[in-house]
Design a binder for this molecule. Sequence first.
Ligand code: T4K
Length: 368
Amino acid sequence: MSDTPIYVTQPDLPPLEEFIPYLEKIWENKILTNGGPFHQQLEKALCEYLGVEHLALFANGTLALVTALQALRVNGEVITTPYSFVATAHSLLWNGIKPVFVDLKPGSFNLDPGKIEAAITPQTTAILPVHCYGYPCDVEHIQEIADTYGLKVIYDAAHAFGVQDQGGSVLRYGDLSIVSFHATKVFNTFEGGAIICPDAKTKKRIDYLKNFGIADETTVIAPGINGKMNEVQAAMGLLQLEHVDEAIMRRLEIDRLYRQGLGGCKGLFIPELPTTSRHNFSYFPVLVERDYPLSRDALYEALKSLGIYSRRYFYPLISEFSMYRELSSAHKGNLPIASDMSSKVLCLPIYPSLSDEQINQILVILGE
Ligand code: T4K
C-alpha cells in the first residue's frame, strides 16, 4: 500500500517563493486580464520555446478548440477520432457541427488516414485529428487528403507540447493546432491553452474571437466567446517555462525505468516511443493483453486498492457517450481498432516528482 496516493499525474510546481514576485507585480499593476503584460510576455516566450511564429493564449484548451473551429468557419461535418478526451468532439457540438468518427490506424493511437476518404461527404469541411499522448499523426497523408478534398485540418495537439520532428515543432502542421496547459499536462498554467496560427492575420482574428469578437470599442466582428487567459495563469506559464526542460528530462528517466522494468512482463504490451526527434513523455500507456494474469479493469482496481490511481485514457470511447452513440459513425463495428485499444489501455503514473521508489513499487505490483 502506498503511503501517499500515487496519481496518474501530478502538476509540476515550481518553488512557491519564485511565484511571489509575479503576484506582487500583478498587485502593483492592477492589470489582471485582457491581454496584460504577462500574457504578452508568455505569448512571445512560448513562440520562442516552441519554435512557432504566432500563438494565441487561451483560458483552457477546450475554449481554444471551440474558437479554432469558429475562426476557420468550419461547419457541417468534421472527421475526428473517437479515441480522445471528450473535449475533442464536444468542441464540434459547441459549434453545431456533426462529428464523424473514423477508426485508428492499426498499432497506433491516432486516426487512420486510409479510412478518412470513405467518411467524406459533401457536408465535410474539416478533419480534427489528435496527436494522442504526443505521438504525431500521419500528418503528410492527412494533408494530402485535405488538399484533394478542400478540407481544413485542425490538430488537437493538447498532448503535444514540446514534441518535435526533424523539421521542428509538430504544432506547425495543419491550418491550426491547439495545445492544453491544464494542471495534468507536461507544461501547465493551472488551466490554459493556446492556438498556434500560421500568420499574424489569423492570430488577429483569433484574438478578437477570444475576446467576445471585440475589434475595438465600437466594433464586434462575430459572436466570440470569453476565452482569455488571465495574468496569474500567464505568470505561472512564464515561471513554468524555466523548469519545463528539467521536468521533461525526469519524465524521460521514468519512461526508461518503466520500459526496463516491464520489458519481460508477459501480457503487458509497451508501445514503442514515436520516432520524433523530441518526445515529451506526457503519458505512459500500456496495453493489458489477454495473457496477462488480470484483465485490464481488474489491474486498474488492484492498483487503486493499493493507492495507485492509473487511468484508462481513453475508455470509454467518445463515440460511446450518450450524446454521440446514435451517430452512424459511432457504431462499434465502424471502430474495431479504437474499441480494442480502449478495452486494453492503462496509463501508468508519470510525473516529475514520482520517485524511483514509487516506480519500483508499481513495477513490483505489475510483475506479481
Ligand atoms: N483535447 C485532448 C486530447 C485532451 O486530452 C484535453 C484534456 C483537451 C482537449 C482539453 O483541454 P483542457 O480544456 O483540459 O485544457 C484530465 C484533464 O482535466 C484534461 O485536461 C485532460 N485532457 C484529460 C486527458 O485528463 P481527468 O478527468 O482525467 O482529470 P482529473 O481531475 O481526474 O485528474 C487526473 C489526476 O491528476 C487526478 O487523479 C489527480 C491529478 N491532479 C489533477 C488536477 C486537476 C492533480 O494532482 N492536481 C490537479 O490540479 O481529465
